[in-house]
Design a protein around this ligand. Structure first.
Ligand code: 13P
Ligand code: 13P
Ligand code: MG
Ligand code: MG
Length: 365
């Protein structure tokens, strides 16, 4: 049976400030998706939050980029905005909904989308990740580790079904183009691209041997659509696990290092990505540090069995403590780079308006 998994998200308002999706927003989103399940449009769904981002995980048989599914997500976001966010004056009501009217596909309209269609295997472990206070390039490092680094993924060495490696589709968010790069053959080329996380973003990963989809990520950059800072493009990711793909623990292992990502306060600072259980899915200190949540499911004819709250494990305590230490270290830089992002990234914030004020006071030195 061919099943499509769609994970579509938007920040449509939160409390207090940019911290957390409110329970009434989650309830209304669940109600909307429940109705769509009753009509047969969805096989199943799961609604959750990554900080202030409302996450709609949906399964169906309509394929990727399906207008009905995208409209369902869009209508859910707009209804939650109108009936809850605006009604309760939540912060940033409808923040990520950049256009007035839906035009067939939510891509380019603000919400983030990760989708994949595949033939469901005899057993289909499926992981989804969602991050808050960062941007899509944040998945580059873990995706590389999961699918290309044998020091992370033992299966790349041990499991013959993974020996042919994986193909990475890298999206150039500035030019709107993409390129497919094979690993391990072109590993250095891949790294040359994806080290620039602000521009080159891994959008999909395929198993090289048979072209099976292994991972799909969102690539939306709101500031490039809107031409101004709207909020960060807090990204989502879907990864298939086991039996010819990396094991669940190999996928999670990639998050055992709290690497630095752009985002955090005002979307303008580098900070460590902290893996947390859902109960800690809210960015507190200096609106951060940036966080990632992970949910694990088994698919059963499209039904989502689960979830398991993957980072709800003391094995990740040391990662969180390390992230908190790095957060402290970075914070001590205050307004200085490399804690604050560089000028190219600040272009979309309110910083240029401040610099504009001083423009006429500059004299020849
Ligand atoms: P499969 O890759 O066959 O699912 O098993 C490997 C495994 O789970 C080791 O942790
Ligand atoms: P979000 O992108 O999560 O809305 O955060 C915006 C922000 O400016 C936090 O300080
Ligand atoms: Mg927000
Ligand atoms: Mg957010």
């Amino acid at each position: 049976m061919k099943v499509t998994v769609s994970l579509i998200k938007a920040d449509v308002g939160s409390l207090p400030g940019h911290h957390r999706v409110y329970k009434d927003q989650l309830e209304l989103a669940k109600k909307k998706l429940h109705e769509a399940k009753e009509t047969g449009l969805l096989i199943d769904y799961h609604v959750f939050n990554a900080g202030d981002d409302l996450e709609l995980l949906m399964t169906h048989t309509k394929g990727v980029n399906n207008p009905e599914i995208h409209k369902l997500a869009w209508d859910t976001f707009t209804e939650v905005t109108e009936k809850v966010s605006k009604a309760l004056k939540l912060y940033g009501a409808g923040q990520d909904l950049l256009v007035e009217a839906f035009s067939g596909n939510v891509r380019g309209m603000g919400p983030g989308v990760a989708e994949m269609e595949f033939e469901e295997r005899k057993s289909e472990p499926l992981l989804v990740f969602a991050a808050d206070k960062t941007e899509p390039g944040a998945w580059n490092l873990p995706l590389f580790r999961i699918f290309a680094d044998p020091f992370n993924t033992a299966g790349l060495t041990i499991d013959p079904t993974m020996h042919d490696g994986f193909d990475f589709v890298v999206h150039d968010v500035m030019e709107g183009k993409e390129v497919m790069v094979h690993c391990p053959a072109e590993m250095y080329d891949l790294l040359a691209l994806i080290g620039t996380v602000s521009r080159y973003v891994i959008s999909r990963v395929y198993r090289h041997r048979d072209g099976e989809i292994a991972a799909a990520a969102s690539v939306t950059r709101l500031s490039l659509i809107a031409g101004r800072y709207v909020g960060k493009d807090d990204p989502v990711l879907i990864v298939r696990a086991q039996h010819g793909f990396p094991a669940v623990g190999e996928i999670l292992e990639a998050f055992s290092f709290p690497y630095l990502v752009p985002g955090w306060m005002r979307g303008s600072h580098n900070g460590p990505l902290m893996p947390v259980p859902l109960k800690y899915s809210q960015c507190t200190r200096f609106d951060g540090p940036p966080r990632v949540v992970g949910l694990g499911f088994q698919l059963c004819n499209g039904r989502l069995i689960g979830p398991v709250d993957l980072f709800d494990d003391p094995a990740f305590d040391t990662v969180r403590i390390k992230a908190a230490e790095i957060a402290e270290y970075m914070r001590r830089h205050g307004p200085f780079m490399p804690h604050r992002l560089g000028p190219e990234e600040m272009e979309y914030t309110t910083l240029p308006a401040v610099l504009e004020k001083l423009k006429d006071r500059f004299k020849e030195a």
